[in-house]
Write a protein that binds this ligand. Structure first.
Ligand code: G4P
Length: 272
């Protein structure tokens, strides 16, 4: 964390703009408040990534809330590439005056952008999309990007990929829960069944119709305690082990995979 802070600070002078990636489903929890302090007024574009899996109305509210004089906010889907042109244009717009000055002096160079964000938020996916090939190493494990690297994305954009060890601040329990549910924290260090029960709780509270639809649950079912609801879903899916009990690991993995894959629906876990 201290290393990343130093790297960001050292490299900030070399970049024109910062692309800060947040998970559109949990913009608050996936944001590291330290980044704001480090950026100290540098123009930035917040990319609400994985917007394809978030509720569009929530995303719109976040977009408005996170936009300010020096900061633009653009929902994107880095996997498909949706919204990336808008993000790059937002950066151009923020730098318009600076570039006009350059042009006056007959100078021209690509925009240099630093890409920051917590592990697993989609930094490699974004860079690969913008660069048009597999330049950054994308892997399903948080924290895989190890060293910084410059990547060319067309003729007028260069991206600086920062190491993915910028952890969010676990200021309250909900932040930890949100990161666990969305898969930003490795499952190996957390109890999968516990996270899945939490997911059931959150979905039955805020997204009950999507939950009911996906797992064929009645009103009555939805009013159960989260753990009972979790077991019921396992039973309905036939995830039983010898003795007739629900195989909690299998059920938890199924629920988390379906949520993280966007199969249950477009769900945001955090509002403005
Ligand atoms: P990182 O560099 O910030 O650590 O994240 P990375 O790009 O490795 O992305 C983490 C996971 O998030 C990947 O899934 C990636 O495909 C997925 N992802 C990134 N951006 C988006 C997006 O905008 N929408 C959706 N739906 N998914 C996104 P994975 O399971 O590791 O890979 P795979 O299933 O694509 O093979």
């Amino acid at each position: 964390m201290a290393v990343t802070r130093r790297l960001i600070r050292e490299n900030l002078t070399d970049v024109d703009v910062v692309f800060e990636l947040l998970d559109a489903r949990i913009p608050r929890s996936s944001r590291n408040p330290e980044i704001q302090k480090l950026l100290s007024g540098k123009p930035s574009v917040i990319l609400l990534n994985k917007a394809d899996m978030a509720d569009p109305d929530f995303t719109l509210r976040w977009k408005k809330a996170l936009t300010s004089e020096n900061t633009r906010c653009v929902p994107v889907d880095s996997k498909k590439g949706t919204g990336l042109d808008d993000a790059v244009n937002a950066a151009r717009e923020l730098l318009r005056e600076k570039w006009a000055q350059y042009e006056k002096k007959g100078m021209s160079r690509p925009i240099r952008a630093m890409v920051v964000g917590i592990p697993n938020v989609g930094k490699s996916t974004l860079i690969n999309r913008l660069a048009g090939s597999k330049k950054a190493k994308a892997e399903n494990r948080p924290g895989v990007t190890k060293t910084k690297q410059w990547v060319k994305a067309g003729n007028d954009l260069e991206l600086l990929d920062m190491p993915g060890i910028l952890w969010p601040k676990f200021e309250d329990e909900t932040v930890g829960e949100n990161l666990a549910i969305t898969g930003a924290i490795r499952d190996e260090i957390l109890d999968t069944a516990e996270i899945a029960v939490l997911l059931c709780k959150r979905l039955s509270e805020g997204w009950s119709s999507l939950l009911a639809q996906r797992y064929k649950l009645s009103e009555d079912d939805l009013s159960r305690e989260p753990y009972d609801l979790f077991l019921l879903i396992g039973k309905k899916r036939g995830m039983l082990q010898s003795g007739g009990e629900v195989n909690e690991d299998r059920c938890a993995n199924m629920l988390l995979d379906e949520f993280r894959g966007g199969v249950i629906g477009r769900i945001s876990l955090e509002d403005v």
